[in-house]
Unconditional design. Structure first.
Length: 76
């Protein structure tokens, strides 16, 4: 979590009049952010796995990894 988000939660720790709903709302939003990042990284991982699997890794200059990352090679 970024420092500012930690500060926000810690400020609620010191507030004895806080509602647990406020803490839960912040944590729920953070959970949504984390889940979105996991989906994005999983998609990136799968794309890179396909590119790596399609590359011969030999001495030729043509490279499906470079082509795929540049958008010149469609894997799907």
């Amino acid at each position: 979590m970024p420092v500012e988000e930690c500060r926000q939660l810690l400020s609620l720790y010191g507030d004895r009049h806080r509602a647990s709903a406020d803490v839960k709302a912040i944590a729920t939003a953070k959970l949504g952010d984390i889940e979105r990042k996991i989906r994005e990284l999983t998609g990136l991982k799968e794309m890179l796995r396909q590119l790596v699997d399609s590359c011969n890794g030999d001495q030729r200059p043509d490279c499906p990894i470079i082509d795929g990352l540049s958008g010149r090679h469609d894997l799907y």
